[in-house]
Write a protein of this length. Sequence first.
Length: 106
Amino acid sequence: MKKVGEVLRQWPGTEEPAEGEKRDAQREPPPAGPGKEGCPICHGLGYVRRDLPVGHPDFGKLFPCRCRQAELEARRLQQLQEASGLSLLAHMTFETFHVEGRGHLL
């Protein structure tokens, strides 16, 4: 019986990279994420995972980092305002409200 590694080497695209390629890949910095550069929590990735036991429902899930909270809250507020259609009424305040209405009924 063949070993798994031997079988996998026969498939195209599963060859191990050359030694020089491995070193180059290890030197590349991780891609920039949506987080703030230099964040001590997520290191710029924008997401973190929680240290939870394997059976926990949130195990392995990513959560937005604290450095993105203001951005996410602003985006959520904008989405809610657009969905509600209330932006058309933003100019209406109690100061501009006319109790008698636009016209009087006779």
